[in-house]
Design a protein around this ligand. Structure first.
Ligand code: BMA
Length: 821
């Protein structure tokens, strides 16, 4: 096979123009109209100020991408020549040398067209015309039973285009168009590899790998397939099989297999498999896959509460710790491998082991799954449906069927893939009275896709990965899909429902796949889109960068319950992040305390990341900056968790051990005043068996806590093991706003050891939520937004980014709660 890339390059000069217009702009492929128009100076950056509103015309316009190219000589020497498009967004018509070769209508599909009779050696004219997505769906409104998600441009479900691009409660309304993935021309001789499927069977001491290679034959001849297997140490083994009736089958036995584990449970060894299609001793096509050896099961067994819902990897029950992933850019062609790596790496750094790729986004690029394999992040993959009701005419269904097949085939071999899930929240909505008098018919239509079509494709293409109809769902369609006793659950009464954080503790969902709380992004991120005069929660610009209409009000509503009103906007940003982090900590710690008997076995908070700079539920913002929540997550997702369950005058202290080994350590607790004077203290030996949560102490402080002392006293709890303090926490008996925090002297000693800077912090009085920042640069600290009780030392490390200790010292800014009001 020979490929000629048509992606933008020195020789591939793509142009963009309005349909029937002669003005041409330089275009980048892969890319999209918004980024091209911005580069050409035609539109301002849609992410800045309220530009989103001013650029809405772009999505109401038809656009044409065009390229004139010469065909490579070697390409033309092949008998079978195809145009291959990995992603066209969305309603496209492709013309080559004045022949319309195809029309496409699904952003998620891969397309291939025979152009052998049309391509010529020089001066090929290729154009891809994109119809306005907004006008396309507008013309369909009224057809079938369709419901548009609440915050989106009306009609979005009519076409197979990522839902979030039409606007969401964290995304702007800028549905774009363009060639968003690679495009190339491929020439084949007598055959090419159509598909490769890899199955693993686990035996005592070995894993059998069955590889099926499907060949697309253009001409009959003798062919074979060579398989080259590289183990994690790059030791090579070769295998060989004949192609018969378009298929080659190879069985491989791997002795002493090195198993792949999710983050926190072991390593992530990966095996490389290359399949080479051979004809007369020459390789005429090849295909590479990387796999990990592991079993994965979704365990749903009846029990005293209902039915369990958790994942077992290599037989280990894994508590799912993570968050919900949304596309990392509003214009997804912009998400490069580096961005994927940062986000996946930072999930692992925060002790996560799972991300849920939410259905209103995209099937992510191969890079995403590759990094999830490498960092041990399990992937819960939704199919691309969320919060809407979609057409079920035969054409639409056929389109969805092909979309599911394309993406399952592309993703299924990844070690990280844990679950295929039909959609986001639609079963839950339909179980209510969604659709009014159409509810009954819509339920039937719903079953067509998520209980028939997708399960069929799943059964044919990837039956070993579990399938789940919807998030949330239960064991029977429409029967209490968001119930606590079975399946997964979304809990939104904290935030949308305005209940206090304590409400989390009243619920014991089997697997929390969504719950969340908003905050503002980093101040430096806000500066990317707002001017100094916009730095106010209710300014036009800040409200445009808050897509949940109640959002800023909810932040202030909850803030009033816990914190004093911040003195300025920068403090508002800081306190909003503390609030969010505390909310998620409250929930996660509760559910992790209740893992015994597999009662609660997962927490994926909403949401991990952002697609533009915005106030949202994310823990990492658009510029990859960690909010307080991401640092909190690193602590509340640590394999051994120390958590305190306070109630009026009492505190129960728990140790949750997610590891497969028993944990022995020492709990040191101290009831103390702000200056560190001990009121009462004790050391408690901890023996926490593997995979379980224990109550380590049940303390009643009634005799020490009166109206005044409860504002002046806190409980400090530390977990020690092998001479090291693993974690430290502070529990208060009043909300932070009423604590009698004292003026404190915080010292910071900075030293540089190789490429790492270590900052030793000490304070003479308790300071809460210490925030470290480095002026003018983004340092990723080993810990941040932590409490520093009187007399303790906390050492925080960071990569120096080439700076000296002095330079870091001079840039270092330390803030804590008392300075916010
Ligand atoms: C859930 C998600 C998203 C939404 C979030 C916050 O419903 O599935 O649709 O962004 O809540 O409202």
């Amino acid at each position: 096979m020979y490929t000629q890339s048509l992606n933008s390059s020195d020789i591939n000069n793509w142009k963009l123009s309005r349909l029937n217009d002669t003005e041409l702009y330089k275009a980048i492929v892969p890319g999209c109209v918004h980024t091209d128009l911005q580069n050409a100076g035609v539109i301002p950056d849609p992410f800045v100020g309220v530009n989103e509103v001013y650029v809405s015309w772009v999505a109401e316009t038809d656009w044409v991408y065009s390229l004139v190219f010469d065909a490579d000589q070697e390409l033309l020497s092949h008998k079978n020549i195809f145009l291959e498009c990995d992603g066209l967004d969305t309603i496209a018509a492709i013309t080559l040398n004045d022949n319309e070769i195809a029309k496409t209508d699904n952003m998620f599909r891969r397309y291939r067209f025979d152009i052998g009779s049309i391509i010529k050696p020089t001066g090929n004219k290729l154009s891809v015309e994109f119809k306005s997505p907004v006008n396309t769906v507008k013309a369909k409104i009224g057809e079938g039973n369709v419901i548009t998600p609440g915050d989106s441009i009306e009609g979005s479900p009519y076409i197979r285009k990522a839902m979030y691009q039409w606007g969401w409660d964290w995304a702007p309304k800028t549905p774009t168009s363009g060639i968003w993935k690679n495009i190339c021309i491929a020439g084949y001789e007598s055959a090419g590899i159509d598909d490769i499927r890899i199955n693993q069977t686990f035996n005592e001491g070995s894993v059998s790998i069955a590889i099926d290679v499907k060949i697309e034959e253009f001409a009959q001849s003798e062919k074979s397939v060579d398989i080259i297997l590289l183990d994690p140490e790059c030791r090579r083994n070769n295998y060989h099989a004949k192609v018969e009736s378009g298929l080659a089958h190879i069985d491989i036995e791997i002795n002493n297999p090195q198993l792949w584990y999710p983050n926190g449970y072991g390593c992530q060894p990966l095996y490389d498999i290359r399949a080479e299609l051979m004809e007369n001793g020459v390789c005429i096509d090849y295909c590479d896959k990387q796999i990990g050896l592991r079993t994965i099961e979704l365990i749903q067994k009846p029990d005293e509460w209902g039915r369990s819902f958790f994942f077992k990897v290599n037989g280990i029950p894994v508590f799912g710790k993570g968050a919900d992933w949304v596309p990392a850019d509003q214009f997804p062609s912009r998400i490069d491998a580096e961005k994927y790596e940062i986000l996946v790496r930072d999930a692992a750094a925060a002790n996560m082991n799972m991300l849920r790729v939410w259905g209103g986004g995209i099937y992510e690029s191969d890079d995403f799954y590759r990094y999830c394999d490498q960092y041990g992040i399990l992937v819960w993959q939704d199919f691309a449906f969320a919060c809407g009701h979609y057409p079920v005419d035969s054409e639409y269904l056929a389109n969805v069927r092909q979309e599911a097949k394309d993406n399952i085939r592309r993703i299924r071999h990844h070690a990280s893939l844990a679950l295929w899930c039909g959609n986001n929240e639609m079963e839950w909505f339909l179980a209510g009275n969604w659709g009014g008098d159409k509810n009954e018919i819509m339920r039937k239509e719903y079953l067509e896709i998520y209980y028939k079509l997708l399960p069929e494709v799943h059964a044919a293409e990837d039956p070993t990965t579990p399938y789940w109809p919807a998030s949330p769902a239960s064991s029977e369609p429409f029967v209490d899909p968001n119930g606590e006793n079975e399946g997964d659950g979304h809990y939104w009464e904290v935030w949308h429902g305005r209940l206090p954080f304590t409400a989390y503790r009243r619920h014991y969902f089997r697997f929390m796949s969504e719950f969340g709380f908003e905050s503002l992004p980093a101040y430096s991120t806000i500066k990317s889109f707002a001017e100094p005069e916009d730095m106010n929660m209710t300014s036009l610009v800040m409200e445009n960068h808050q897509k949940n209409s109640a959002g800023n009000g909810l932040i202030l509503f909850y803030m009033a319950q816990t914190f004093q009103f911040p003195k300025d906007f920068k403090s508002m940003v800081y306190v909003s992040q503390l609030l969010q982090a505390e909310a998620m900590r409250y929930g996660v710690e509760h559910w992790r305390r209740n893992r015994n008997g597999f009662r609660c076995m997962g927490t994926l908070y909403w949401q991990y990341n952002d697609c533009w700079p915005v106030a949202s539920w994310a823990s990492i913002d658009y510029f990859n900056r960690w909010k307080a929540l991401q640092y909190f997550a690193k602590r509340f997702y640590s394999p051994i968790l120390l958590s305190a369950e306070e109630d009026a005058n009492s505190v129960k202290i728990h140790v949750t051990n997610d590891t497969t080994e028993a944990f022995n350590g020492l709990l040191k607790w101290q009831l103390e005043t702000m200056d560190g004077t001990i009121v009462k203290s004790a050391d408690v030996e901890i023996n926490a068996p593997a995979e379980c949560s224990i109550k380590a102490a049940d303390l009643d402080f009634s005799e020490y806590l009166d109206y005044d002392t409860r504002r002046q006293t806190v409980l400090v709890h530390e977990l020690h093991s092998k001479g090291e303090c693993l974690s430290m926490g502070v529990t208060t008996f009043v909300p932070s706003k009423h604590l009698d925090l004292l003026d404190a002297e915080v010292s910071a000693a900075v030293e540089k050891i190789d490429d790492e800077v270590r900052i030793s912090l000490e304070s003479n009085k308790l300071v809460r939520y210490v925030m470290l920042e480095a002026d003018g640069c983004d340092l990723l600290f080993s810990d941040n937004f932590f409490d520093l009780p009187a007399g303790r030392k906390v050492i925080v490390a960071a990569d120096t980014k080439g700076m000296s200790a002095d330079e870091i010292s001079s840039r270092l800014r330390i803030t804590h709660l008392k300075e916010s009001y």
